[in-house]
Write a protein that binds this ligand. Structure first.
Ligand code: SF4
Length: 248
């Protein structure tokens, strides 16, 4: 055991087990607190503030993961760090990833890439898979939708490609926001130029987080925005496939 990092503490929202959505197989999913973006469709506004997370030592996380080890190893799964934004706490995230690799577990990092520059090469060497959320390929839309800039995410995608790290792209499809055919096509062309994009998941916008906004007493800007119908979802997936990408 690496005792130098075991006492390192991070702010954590929660953890859970999931199958099929946060990487291959059954995953132990760690929700790290704090996010620099404010996506209009965010389903987890309760993870936005680091201060709201519970301080948890790396050792405690690993002890928890150990309890679920039989589930995540027999199903070809592993551990996924998500949030919030795990790269807001790079030392903690890096330590958990390191310890997972020492324990022989598959690791995935779910990130917007906005803070990709905070992930050093050692952290990425301990990351088997990146779930990269690209929220729009249009600079102005990205800014309006997230409050942040697109360029750091694209830089991060290019860096991951150079390092040969497999990437699953996640694209939340919101009518009127991310369904613009030209922007989708631009993203498809960008991704087709990379070599390690395993798949593109087009995720229909949903409003399952509405009650969290109500509980927090903050407005949910997309409360009245409908989810995409099957035809629109199929069109966007087909656009990615036209670039030779595996889109689901
Ligand atoms: S990056 Fe994720 S956690 Fe942060 S605001 Fe956007 S959807 Fe929410």
């Amino acid at each position: 055991m690496n005792t130098t990092t075991g006492q390192l503490t991070g702010r954590v929202h929660s953890w859970d087990l999931s199958t099929g959505v946060d990487g291959p197989g059954t995953r132990f999913v760690l929700f790290v607190s704090g996010c620099p973006l404010r996506c209009l469709y965010c389903a987890n506004p309760d993870t936005w503030h680091m201060r709201d997370g519970r301080p948890v030592a790396v050792d405690e996380v690993m002890a928890e993961i150990d309890k679920y080890r039989p589930f995540v190893t027999t199903a070809g799964g592993g551990v996924t760090l998500t949030g919030g934004e795990p790269l807001l706490q790079p030392a903690f995230t890096g330590s958990v990833l390191r310890r997972c690799k020492e324990a022989g577990l598959h690791t995935a990092l779910d990130t917007s890439g906005f803070l990709g520059a905070r992930a050093d090469d050692a952290l990425l060497a301990d990351t088997d898979l990146v779930l990269l959320d690209i929220k729009s390929f249009d600079v102005a839309t990205y800014r309006k939708l997230t409050g942040g800039e697109l360029a750091p995410t694209l830089r991060f995608a290019t860096r991951l490609d150079r390092l040969g790290i497999p990437v699953w792209i996640r694209y939340v499809l919101v009518p009127g926001w991310t369904d613009d055919a030209v922007a989708v096509d631009g993203l498809g062309a960008f991704l087709a130029g990379l070599h390690h994009i395993d798949r593109v998941d087009v995720l229909p916008f949903h409003k399952l987080g509405t009650h969290k906004y109500d509980a927090l007493g903050i407005p949910f800007p997309l409360r009245d925005t409908p989810g995409p119908g099957p035809e629109l979802t199929a069109r966007v997936r087909a656009q990615f496939r036209a670039h030779g990408l595996r889109a689901f």
